[in-house]
Design a protein around this ligand. Structure first.
Ligand code: 13P
Length: 251
């Protein structure tokens, strides 16, 4: 079964409104003639409206970098699914390793975010990935399995059509150290098999699994040649219109 590629840019804590407009504009020009793959941009919450204005009615998907499970209330510092939609977003990232590691988010909390976002019609990118010590300790697949099982608790097979999984080994994020294509393919194959066990073959076959961690113009072609790698979640290289454009236009 062929899955539509998704190239996603996570801008993390970068860009003011004006910078986001400029970057969104640069990226729009690089993907003008591309019709066979999807592009997603995740600016910081404060730049969503500016990016949305620039993207206009283009097919580029706009995403929040996180989402709360509640619609409103006493949740200082959080953004609800309704607020994301109000700013023009139709998707959200949850479970990024920086949320897990720096801000202590648990699998249970991440699952609440994912379920809350799905309930309001958002597409959700669930990030998972092992740390270096977990990899070196032979724990990679145990960690991935826990993050997948707990992250997807209460999610129906039908709702899985709006879920994307991003495998981002923590040791490869922002380090310039990419997983080898074999390591990435091995993890992606494992995740797809697990989804088949948790749901059914059809759900596993349609699921898009992105690789993230130091994706650059120089390594994207190799990564994308792997059968279970359906796209990329890009950090640093997504902040430059030219390099992200090159990644979108991978061969
Ligand atoms: P880098 O591409 O900078 O390694 O970041 C990856 C990432 O965390 C995307 O979510």
């Amino acid at each position: 079964m062929s899955r539509r590629t998704l190239i996603a840019g996570n801008w993390k804590m970068h860009t003011t409104g004006a910078e986001a407009q400029k970057l969104a504009g640069d990226i729009l020009s690089s993907c003008k003639n591309i019709h066979d793959r999807d592009v997603l941009l995740a600016p910081p919450f404060t730049a969503l409206a500016a990016a949305s204005e620039k993207l206009g009615d283009s097919p580029v998907i706009l995403a929040g970098q996180n989402v709360c499970w509640e619609e409103q209330g006493a949740f200082t510092g959080e953004i609800s699914p309704l607020m994301l939609k109000d700013q023009g977003a139709t998707a959200a990232i949850v479970g990024h390793s920086e949320r897990r590691q720096i801000f202590g988010e648990s699998d249970e909390m991440i699952n609440n975010r994912l379920v809350g976002g799905l309930k309001h019609g958002l597409m959700i990118v669930l990030c998972i990935g092992e740390t270096l010590s977990e990899r070196e300790g032979g724990q990679t697949f145990t960690v991935l399995e826990k993050q997948v099982r707990e992250g997807l608790a209460r999610v129906s097979a039908e709702d899985m059509a709006r879920v994307v999984i991003a495998y981002e080994p923590v040791w490869a994020i922002g380090t310039g150290k990419t997983a080898t294509t074999e390591q990435a393919q091995e993890a992606h194959g494992f995740i797809r098999k697990l989804i088949e066990e948790l749901y059914e073959k059809g759900v596993a076959e349609q699921l898009r699994i992105l690789y993230g961690g130091s994706v650059k113009p120089a390594n994207v072609d190799d990564l994308m040649s792997q059968p279970d790698i359906d796209g990329a979640l890009v950090g640093g290289a997504a902040l430059d219109g030219e390099s992200f454009g090159r990644i979108i236009n991978y061969q």
